[in-house]
Design a protein around this ligand. Sequence first.
Ligand code: UD1
Ligand code: UDP
Length: 377
Amino acid sequence: MHVLSIFGTRPEAIKMAPLVAALRREPRVRSTVCVTGQHREMLTQVMALFDLEADHDLDVMRPNQSLNGLYGRLIAGADAVLEAEQPDCVLVHGDTTTAAACAMAAFHRRIPVGHVEAGLRSGDIRSPFPEELNRRFVDSVSSWMFAPTPSSRDALLAEKPPGRIWVTGNTVIDALAATVERLESDRPLAATLEKRHGWVDARRRLVLVTGHRRENFGAGFRNICAALRELAQRDDVQIVYPVHLNPNVHDVVKAQLSGLPNVHLIAPLGYLDFVWFMQRAYLILTDSGGVQEEAPSLGKPVLVMRDVTERPEAVAAGTVRLVGTSPERIVGEARRLLDDPAVHAEFCRRGNPYGDARASQRIVDVLCERHTAEFVP
Ligand code: UD1
Ligand code: UDP
């Protein structure tokens, strides 16, 4: 069976890396990889870490690209690769423009699509934007829907007949487990990271921040920055913010937060380094999907700067709280966690609602029509 995996952004690469490795190990599969290059620097970081090599690179990224321009370049580029490779199946991941356009290109050529991380739903077509629509669209053309959790399976079953849906766990937990294992077992590597990030102040509590959602552009990001400015007045915290390269994020954040003594605006971190920072964080403020999934496995409290989430499991488990983007709410919830150890301890209960690090093998088993036990949280 010839399986063509297509991905193009940082989170897709992190989450597809363990699956591509499992496909490579499977004798019944011929695995090829196409990167779209929807992201450039942030993709390259992940490809190098996980030793991923692309057979095709569509190189579509443009500075401050528009969604429609991107979509057009993706359709044309993916079509040429499908023509050349003639795969039996195309795997795409999640909810990006890469996933939607490449699923569309495969559908037009009547090539079956497998959707990794199927069935997440916020219930609001405008948030995350445009990802909620992308994910629904990819599910609607997929022959295999790999739902990470029982609740994503249930969301699919509310829309579609059974038979093409499997609960696999999320491959991000495969990637995280492998990375944590590497950080714990490779002492010289751990020493290198300690040295590289020697400026981190162990006497202050680390508040780790990420953000990039389109629905937060403009007022949302200005509010987030106002909240961070206020939190930065405390001298018992150190705020570390690896800033996404999207100019709609980068330019606002730099303008609003540069020069504050305990706010460290840094370049996007490689995954190994980011996991190292998550392990040390007292609290994480984010609008990222992947970080919401990783934090419960690390036992880290997360305040999600969004109004809705398509990942309800960690909210139900109590590790993640939705706080929107109002500065008062962000600062108020952060203060509770910083000032009340009992509240912090409640958030820190470790759990694995998103996976058991065996998702990739389950997906390969399904593709090879072998029996596989579904993921049970
Ligand atoms: C995309 C995905 C989003 C995902 C996010 C992860 C869509 C619609 N959105 O959003 O679902 O959560 O990636 O980060 O697919 N840039 C660089 N270098 C990079 C990466 C980005 O310079 O390595 C800049 C470029 O100017 C680029 C811009 O960021 O045009 C926006 O990138 P794009 O992929 O369109 O959007 P994201 O906001 O990253
Ligand atoms: N991440 C990273 N470096 C960073 C910030 C995040 O490697 O500087 C990782 C993070 O651990 C998670 C993924 O990138 O696995 C999330 O990516 P992003 O927030 O860009 O996208 P989303 O998950 O929201 O789609």
